[in-house]
Design a protein. Structure first.
Length: 179
């Protein structure tokens, strides 16, 4: 399945992560049954469930919510949902650009979080699926649930790396290459 052709638009919701999860699941499983709004509703119900084994944020802390309904989804919430659908997934902060490029080279679906904490429009975070990197133009391209029409969203490398570092270079990885 060509992921950009199956992109979903989140509209005015703050559900970028559930929409990314839905698009990634559709691409991974070769289907179109996962819808962002339905994934968001299901993630709302899972928000306070115990983490799936191996996905605890810190074993000594009580369970942190995986999602704040209608507002934010944390990376462990994306992984919990993916695992509940039978997809091996993990997340980690402090990823490197080399990891990102390796994942693309191995056809491995990867969701990143970009944002700003000191911008003119205040603090924000946004999830997107990494699609490709053009070394000639030094531009990353993303499947962005906030982009209408299913077109790839370009970000120059420097701008992307700055926005990605704001939220600790988080990667959410589907652990096997997409079919």
């Amino acid at each position: 399945m060509d992921l950009p052709l199956s992109s979903q638009y989140q509209g005015t919701s703050n559900d970028c992560a559930p929409y990314c999860v839905a698009m990634a699941l559709n691409a991974y499983k070769g289907t179109d049954k996962f819808r962002g709004e339905e994934v968001a509703a299901q993630m709302n119900l899972m928000a306070l469930l115990p983490a799936t084994p191996g996905n605890e944020l810190l074993p000594l802390l009580p369970r942190l919510p995986s999602r704040v309904p209608g507002w934010a989804t944390f990376p462990w919430g994306m992984v919990d949902y993916l695992r509940a659908q039978g997809v091996p997934a993990s997340w980690h902060p402090f990823a490197t650009e080399e990891e990102l490029l390796r994942n693309m080279g191995q056809n491995q679906l990867t969701i990143i979080i970009v944002g700003d904490i000191r911008g003119k429009s205040g603090t924000w975070a946004h999830a997107m699926i990494v699609w490709r990197y053009d070394a000639t133009t030094r531009t990353y391209y993303f499947v962005d649930p906030a982009a209408k029409g299913g077109e790839l969203y370009p970000l120059p490398r420097g701008e992307f790396l700055e926005q990605w570092s704001t939220w600790w270079n988080i990667l959410v990885e589907l652990k096997e290459a997409r079919p």
